[in-house]
Each structure stands twice: as structure tokens, then as C-alpha cells.
Design a binder for this molecule. Sequence first.
Ligand code: NCD
Length: 387
Amino acid sequence: MSPRHVTSIDDLSLEEIGSIFFLAEKYLRELAEPNIPYRVSMSTNACTGSVLATLFYEPSTRTRLSFESAMLRLGGQVISSADPMASSAAKGEGLADTIRMASAYADVLVLRHPREGAARFAAEYASVPVINAGDGAHEHPTQTLCDLFTILRERGTLNSLTVALLGDLKGGRTAHSLAYALARHGANILLMPATGMEFPDHVASRLQDAFDYQYLEASSLQGADDRITGAFVPKGATVRRFAAIDVLYVTRFQKERSAATAPDYPRVNAAFLASQHFHNTLVLHPLPRVGELDPGFDRDARAGYFRQASYGVPVRMALITFLLKGDAKGIGSEVSAGRTSDDVACGNANCISRDAGEPATSPKLELLPSDPPRLRCLYCDHEVPAA
Ligand code: NCD
């Protein structure tokens, strides 16, 4: 039976996300309870005897450390390859071979990679669950779990919120995964991109096709902050009123994924958030911040980003337990076969299927029921016109 993978936030149903959060709450209580030694708590033994491998081909602080802390707190053990220059990747070994090996060394693999679609590609070669810890500019589903968990705790609901996404919406994978999850909860997604950093086409079309969303120009948003450039909202009304914003999600410029510079990148501080729209807004950021979010704002009651980062441990503890011991164990979720194609390549030059150093790759695209017909890459989700 094939293992269960989490390569996109859409790999988890809303019911599953709910049960992961239920467990994360329990773990959070245990972690916060100083009088219960971890050794005797329910969490400590949940994954005794299991090994988690972190395979990181890109820098990381929070994601890798919180995954490793999570597994150790569950009583499991961790092996880590955090520096591609110190592994056989430096000798030219492809990802497929590394994943085959690592599947024999660990019970769950956590992968971060600069190529879009790398996690789905890895899942084809893994005999244990693969968790996507960020694949290029594509997705970062476990960051989204932390984001949603924070919003749920601090706003009491995930349903029908108004959430503004600010910054690099083009290169920021956290914003992509979060938008898909918000769309499943009926959110109004307001856009505050830095200049030239709007959602890529494939993200916009997925919101419209898969979640029945529509795009509204700024002129159709009544009463909205005038820095909002447009919005994705559930299909229906053509004009919407947005007086208050429930959550502002700030992201940094992904300079490692862009040849451009960003001289007029927004800077979020108390003055930026002075308007009535942000009066009661929860301000989140996946971190790291590199100048776009003023440290002077940290003490403001609206600042939620350090709590958001701290939830990384209980949320990832719950996800690991779910995959290794919970309902997910034994449920197969194959990477769908799609229409494999030798003649049509993915249009995204950074897709794993176009990695010349990866001997095993070949394009895999699925035909979308669209007019005109389009093909979507099964690894990175970019689209090309169908011939
Ligand atoms: C994010 C990432 O790696 O995409 N960081 C994280 O995992 N918390 C955000 C970023 O690097 O900008």
C-alpha cells in the first residue's frame, strides 16, 4: 500500500485538518504545562521507535527545527541532512535516488527543495510519507497548518474571514498554500502585492477553477483600504464591501527566487496599520522578516507572528502523529498518473520535471476541462495551453 503524503495543503481534507488541530491543542497544553514531565505525558510516547528525516536543500530555521523538536517531543528520533553541500547532492546525486535511500532510513521524510514540484516528485519514489516543507515558489502546506491554527485560536473560527495577503505573492509559497486553504473556508482574499509580485497565473486559475472563486478589481471593493489591488472572493456578488480586515498576512520579498529588486516593497508598521480597516486585525508573518515588518510593532496587541511560529511544534507533532499513527496510516494517496507527455514540457523553467540534473524526470501533465483546453503540470501546477 502506498503511503500518505502531504505535498499540497489540498492533500488534507478539512476534516483531517480539524483532527490535526484537535490533537495539536492537546499537545500545546502538555507543552505549556510545567508540572507534567514530558516523559510521562501522552505525547512523549506517541512515536517512540520511529525516525524522521529532514532533507533540506534550502535554508531553514523554524521549519526544520520545529519538525525536529516535534519528533523528539513525540519520543521519536531524527536524522538530518540540512546542507546539500555536505550530502551526495554535491556529487551530483539526483533527488529520486536520495529519496529511495532515505525511505529505508526513516519512517517519514520532510523535504525542502528549491525546485517547484520536488515534493510530488519525491513522493513517487518514497515508500514512506513525504511532507513538503517548501518546494520553490510552489507550496508550503505545513506553514499553512500553523497559519490556520493561529487564526483559529485567535479568531475562534476559520470560516468566511476577510484576509489580506501582503508582499511577494508571486514567489511566496506560503501565500499560495494559505490562499487555497482560505478558499476552502469561504474567505475573502484581499490582495496587497508589492509591485510586480501578483499571484502567478496558475494560482489565480486554481482559485477560480478548483474553488469556484472570482477575481474582483479594486474598483468593485467598496470601503476597502486603497492599497488593496483586487480580491478573490466566492463566486456571486459583483460588488463587495470590506470595512474591516480580520487577518493581515505579511510576507518578505523572496529575493532568492527573483532576478529583480524591490525598491518600493511595502513596510508594515503602526502607521501602515493606522486606518480603521486594521483596527482589530491579527497580523501574521511566516518569518523570517527582513525589513518589511517593523520590530517596533512586536508589542502591539495585534501582532501574532511569534505565537504563530511557536505553534510550529504542536502542529507538526500532530501532523507526524496523524501520518505515522493516526487515521492517515495505511490510506493510500497515489500521485495521480495524469497524462504523461514526452512532447509537451511544463512551461515552468524551475519545475522539477525540467531539472537537467535529475535523470528520472519526465513531464506529467493533466488535461483540464477548460475552454480553451489547458494542461496542468502534476508536479508544480503551472499550466500550458493544450495543443
Ligand atoms: C517561509 C518559507 O520558507 O517559505 N519560511 C518558513 O518556513 N517559515 C517564508 C519565507 O522564507 O519567506
